[in-house]
Ligand binder design. Structure first.
Ligand code: PRX
Length: 659
């Protein structure tokens, strides 16, 4: 993150909000922003209560806004009832939105399918009726392992409609990861597809489900519902497998939304932590939905005329909040894309913005960085070659956006007329937390600027004490907010330990380092734990290490991150084999085997970019691996730190040799 730190010292460019966006914005001007912040601070209960009443339809109104009696297990609107799907779909049926496109879906090969709110409602109801007919009901857990598709959103919404708690597993995860999640949530239902298509290639999904179920331990899975995406060959288990179409055809297009307690879990989404297995982050229906909708309005300044496009996959939280729920609750038309930004050429994103007249575009710094490079080598696909004049807001999410990438995005995609919204948030926070507001905040390239109203963010030291501006510390949130994580599924102790450590006295610990500059702007400095961010995807170093050591050739492994110009961070693995040190092509072969192994164990995103073999690892005399030194070695730098506490200092030389 050193470039971000340097930039704080030199970054003095400020971009005031554009007058055309200030006018009519949901939060118009910094005074309006401060007024909302003050309202939240004066009386958080009234503030959140007012917003929840104004923005959501309640089947049973709540009387208590926040119950802190079991803190940090907070309950929001805990005696109220509502249904998330009804708030995303049914509420539009009697309005002009009913016949407006809800989703404009573009497939990998460019085929466009549009579905209106009314049609989407009907499809969701049919699937919900189908699932009901199979006996599935509120409180059960369903895994959704789907390609980017209208059907994926239908599946999530149908679950929400019935109160079935969904856990979406990114289609790039392996059968092993799928199995781990199916067991952990105790799934009774899996919704998947035969195959997915990305960049002109088909990738099987159903067979991964078959493999996962064959691993045992998930006998509770009674049905596997399969969306036929390609018609590719699949193995069929008639006692549990059903085609999605067969299940839905002939079902009534109306299905009453189940009235659920606001605290009923809406979904569980697995994300990496610094230790152990991925954690199942549990979100609650009422609070999550409120936060998703409010951030659509505040951050993206959602307007009826918008065409919104979030390029994330529904397998990540960004795809939950800003594809499956937020845009629908806001009644927007959104673009959804099956493929990858580089197929059939690197102009795909820009061409799609032009074709669908996208007004709000939301993507990840990794995509921006790789398309920046691509535009240099293939100038015919440079964003300037396309008509991007429909854009009014462009956003960034998932990792720090370095000032250079920010400026490129601002200039070439935004045409110097669109604010770049660098949104900081996490799977655990449900939706945006720190972000500029398009009609209010003066921007600084590389800063996520200020917290949203109601979000009490601060930078503190190890003891929870305040840190003055321009000094680094831990990013914390001092007050609960409705969209926050409720617990880690099945592991409340881990929830407390991870996010509310006693030394910080009850504040939420985000796991990121941060610093405020002299003007109070927040700058995120990256994770403070052993979590890597590769292309905006969170990855625990421990997970990759466990995968490596489960390979028969590996005795020991240590994984660290290395800054990478495209993916933000890259995985570097230091490996001790159970055999003699390999050399030359043999080392290449083993490295490839290990990479493939990690892809199989976790998924291709976890593949180490660089594998270094050594006879052992740098350890202290008490046997602790010195990761700090490995990080230096991974960057190709010379270790200048004192290594006298090392058991085996000579090993650093061996590991420095890039393989
Ligand atoms: O380190 C922060 C980084 O991504 C982490 C959260 O990852 P995940 O739960 O997968 O959610 C990603 C999508 C919200 C954070 O702890 N991160 C996310 N957004 C930013 C960021 N780092 C810097 N700037 C951001 N805008």
């Amino acid at each position: 993150m050193s470039s971000t730190i340097d930039s704080i010292l030199v970054e003095n460019r400020i971009f005031p909000p554009f007058p055309n966006l200030v006018e009519g914005a949901a939060i118009s001007g910094m005074d309006a922003y401060r007024a909302l912040c003050d309202e939240a601070e004066r009386s958080p209960g009234e503030f959140w209560g007012r917003l929840a009443r104004e923005n959501l339809n309640w089947s049973k109104p709540f009387t208590q806004v926040l119950d802190e009696s079991q803190a940090p297990f907070y309950r929001w609107f805990g005696d109220g009832e509502l249904n998330v799907s009804a708030n995303c779909l049914d509420k539009h049926l009697e309005t002009p939105t009913a016949n407006k496109p809800a989703i404009i879906f573009e497939s990998d090969d460019g085929k466009v399918t549009t579905i209106t709110y009314k049609q989407l409602h009907a499809r969701v109801c049919q699937l919900a009726n189908g699932l009901k007919s199979l006996g599935h009901k509120a409180g059960e857990r369903a895994l959704i392992y789907m390609p980017m598709s209208i059907e994926a959103v239908v599946a999530m919404q149908a679950c929400a409609r019935l109160g079935i708690i969904h856990s979406v597993v990114f289609g790039g995860f392996s059968s092993k990861s799928l199995h781990e999640r199916a067991v952990d949530v105790g799934a009774t239902l899996i919704i998947t597809a035969d195959e997915q298509v990305r960049g002109g290639r088909t990738i099987p999904l159903k067979s991964a489900v078959d493999e996962a179920l064959a691993m045992g331990g998930c006998e509770a899975v009674a049905h596997v519902v399969v969306y036929k995406r390609t018609g590719g060959k699949v193995q069929w288990h008639p006692e549990r497998d059903l085609w999605l179409d067969d299940l839905c055809n002939g079902q009534p297009e109306v299905c009453a939304a189940v009235s659920l307690n606001a605290e009923h879990p809406l979904f569980i989404l697995y994300t990496s932590g610094s230790t152990g297995k991925p954690k199942g982050v549990q979100h609650a229906a009422g609070g999550f939905l409120l936060w998703a909708l409010l951030t659509m309005k505040w951050t993206f300044d959602a307007k009826d005329s918008d065409v919104f496009w979030c390029t994330a996959d529904v397998g990540w939280v960004t795809g939950h909040t800003y594809i499956a729920y937020g845009p629908l609750a806001a009644g927007l038309t959104q673009v959804m894309f099956e493929g990858v930004p580089t197929y059939p050429n690197v102009g795909r994103f820009w061409e799609m913005i032009q074709r669908h007249k996208v007004t709000v575009f939301y993507t990840a710094p990794t995509a921006i960085r790789s398309l920046t490079k691509a535009a240099e080598t293939a100038p015919e696909y440079h964003p300037r070659k396309y008509d991007l004049s429909s854009l009014r807001i462009i956003g960034s999410v998932g990792e720090p956006i370095n000032p250079e990438a920010w400026m490129w995005y601002y200039t070439n995609v935004g045409g110097e007329r669109c604010p770049v919204l660098d949104t900081w948030w996490q799977t655990e926070t449900g939706a945006h937390m720190l972000t500029p507001l398009p009609g209010a905040t003066p921007l600084k390239p590389g800063s996520c600027t200020f917290p949203l109203p109601g979000i009490d963010a601060a930078v503190v030291d190890e003891a929870g004490g305040p840190v003055e501006n321009s000094k680094g510390g831990f990013l914390v949130i001092r007050r609960p907010w409705p969209g926050m994580i409720r617990t880690i599924w099945g592991d409340p102790e881990r929830f407390k330990k991870s996010y509310f450590p006693p030394e910080l006295k009850g504040v939420y610990l985000a796991g990121d380092g941060a610093q405020r500059d002299a003007d109070g702007y927040f700058w995120i400095m990256g994770r403070i734990d052993d979590v890597l961010n590769v292309s905006g995807h969170r990855l625990g170093t421990m997970e990759v290490e466990s995968a490596l050591v489960s390979h028969e050739l590996v005795a020991e492994a240590a994984v660290v991150g290395r800054p990478d110009g495209t993916t933000g961070e890259a995985v570097v693995a230091f490996v001790v084999l159970k055999r003699a040190l390999p050399e030359g092509s043999e080392a290449d072969d083993i490295a490839k085997q290990l990479r493939d192994w990690v892809a199989k164990e976790i998924g291709p995103i976890a593949k180490p970019k660089d594998i270094r073999f050594g006879e052992n690892l740098p350890k202290t005399r008490s046997g602790k691996i010195m990761r700090r030194l490995l990080r230096v070695v991974a960057q190709g730098e010379t270790v200048t730190q004192d290594v006298s506490t090392l058991e085996n200092p000579a090993i650093l030389g061996q590991l420095s040799q890039a393989h």
